[in-house]
Ligand binder design. Structure first.
Ligand code: GLU
Length: 488
């Protein structure tokens, strides 16, 4: 049995719940569940301007929707809380004091104007950007006096510019960064709130995180974190940076090119099972060479391994998501799918349980999302079918033949009390042949007359749901429509 991993996701509640949160969440969840460890949700809301309660709620809601259950978090409690950074200010203050006392951090009183002049000069002289260290040399007692006198200040990490910082990334091996390129990072802002770096490291340590599994974009922050761990004298966790999700042009996934909000996918009728399955396949091959792509959350938990994460930039391919979603919809049993349709689509005759049950055999196979149900079934209950000349184009028959086809179909179907797909498709086919019309065109004309569409579930089965009389009435209306159009 592997050592239980304590892992976390640490989203900032500053916008819509992001697919990236679900992606890192899933990988962390899989590792925790597989090793019998814990999966923790920590809300990193130190950016007071941008953090909102709504965004935090949306994150919680999305994780619940996906079934990524966490063991500790803002609404679950646990031994290492609070799990919201805005409630941990005192802890960061104590820790930053330790760093000042042991010479690893210092107060910086530079004003915004001075910093922008410094940057302008660096740009002009083509020097590396970064703080120039002016406040490093302020004697401790003078610095204390200025702080006591309420002069605004930030606390910076004192980076020894000699040598290099080295750490292991579980997937990439050794990463080495020259210290002269590491900035004297701000650890605490003038409002007394910590920056991401300080809060993240303090919390990962205090929460006993064993593995930091996060997106690749944080890799440049890691050297700063390593310096902080060293300054505190703490052991490092395992770092593992997951490959970034990408748009199809390989750029980092962005709203402009792909919807990135989990709410979007929920509202559009994607199943959480499919979403998780899809995200798992990004950068991870659950079953090497076996071609199997559909996995339940439980199966994923079993096959997951950190060593099977591949670093090639995984493309967020919506066609693949649609395919998986369709697959997952087909796996649902009737009652489960009925409930999900009823939860997603506004109540009406089309969402009555009996009706859903009567049409599911015809449409379940064709649904890629839950919302497709509405489009695939709207013609069943429509009071009338809206027709245009264009509607009949796919039948590729002249108007007079369309009328002949429909009149024959009407006659054939009027002779029977009930519709029977096997018997009636044969009889309709004979009717087409008898008229000397192409069978495909004949059936297309009938399909359009009865449904208004050129692509539908099986036609006679659909007419059974619509009812024989109603179907005949629609055929008659189509004949009337075609005749009135040809008289114009
Ligand atoms: N707050 C960071 C985020 O928004 C956390 C990054 C990390 O996992 O360290 O993703």
């Amino acid at each position: 049995m592997p050592t239980p991993a304590r892992v976390r996701i640490a989203p900032s509640p500053t916008g819509d719940p992001h697919v990236g949160t679900a992606y890192t969440g899933l990988f962390n969840w899989m590792l925790a569940r597989q090793t019998g460890g814990q999966f923790i949700l920590r809300i990193e809301d130190t950016d007071r301007q941008r953090s909102t309660n709504e965004s935090e709620e949306a994150i919680l809601r999305s994780l619940r929707w996906l079934g990524l259950e966490y063991d500790e978090g803002p609404d679950v409690e646990g031994p290492y809380g609070p799990y919201r950074q805005s409630e941990r200010s005192e802890l960061y203050r104590t820790h930053v004091r330790t760093l000042i006392e042991n010479g690893s951090a210092y107060p910086c009183f530079c004003t915004a104007e001075r910093l922008s002049e410094m940057r302008a000069l660096q740009r002009k002289e083509k020097r590396d950007p970064g703080y120039d260290g002016q406040c490093r040399s302020i004697p401790a007692d003078e610095a204390q006096q200025r702080m006591d006198a309420n002069e605004p200040y930030v606390i910076r990490l004192k980076v020894d510019k000699q040598g290099a910082t080295v750490f292991q990334d579980h997937l990439r091996g050794e990463i080495r960064i020259e210290n002269r390129t590491i900035d004297d990072q701000v650890l605490m802002k003038s409002d007394g709130f910590p920056t991401y770096h300080l809060a993240n490291v303090v919390d990962d340590h205090l929460m006993k995180i064993t593995h930091v599994l996060r997106a690749e974009e944080w890799i440049t922050s890691t050297p700063k974190h390593v310096l902080l761990y060293q300054a505190f004298g703490w052991d490092l966790p395992v770092f593992c940076h997951l490959p970034l999700l990408r748009n199809s042009d390989k750029s980092k996934i962005s709203k402009r090119k792909n919807p990135t909000s989990l709410d979007h996918y929920r509202e559009k009728g994607y199943l959480p099972e499919a979403m998780l399955n899809f995200l798992a396949l990004m950068g991870f091959s659950p079953a090497e060479g076996e071609g199997e792509e559909v996995f339940t959350q439980d199966e994923l938990r079993q096959v997951f391994s950190l060593d099977r994460i591949s670093l090639g930039g995984p493309v967020f391919d919506l066609t693949k998501l649609d395919w998986l979603n369709g697959n997952w919809i087909r796996r649902l049993d009737r009652d489960d799918l009925t409930k999900r349709i009823q939860a997603a689509i506004p109540e009406g005759p089309a969402t009555e349980t009996g009706f859903i049950h009567s049409v599911l055999p015809l449409v379940q196979e064709r649904m890629k999302t839950i919302l497709d149900y509405a489009d695939l079934t709207d013609f069943f209950l429509a009071p009338s079918i809206h027709l245009t000349n264009e509607s009949f184009r796919r039948a590729k028959l002249p108007s007079a033949d369309l009328v002949r086809a429909l009149e024959r179909a009407h006659a054939i179907l009027s002779e029977v009390p009930d519709l029977d797909p096997d018997r009636d498709s044969g009889r309709l086919r004979e009717g087409a042949v008898d008229l000397g019309l192409k069978v495909g065109g004949f059936f297309m004309a009938l399909r359009v007359a009865v449904t208004g569409k050129s692509a539908t579930p099986p036609l006679i089965e659909s007419m059974q749901v619509i009812g024989r009389d109603q179907s005949l009435a629609r055929i008659q209306s189509a004949i009337d429509f075609l005749q009135s159009e040809s008289e114009l």
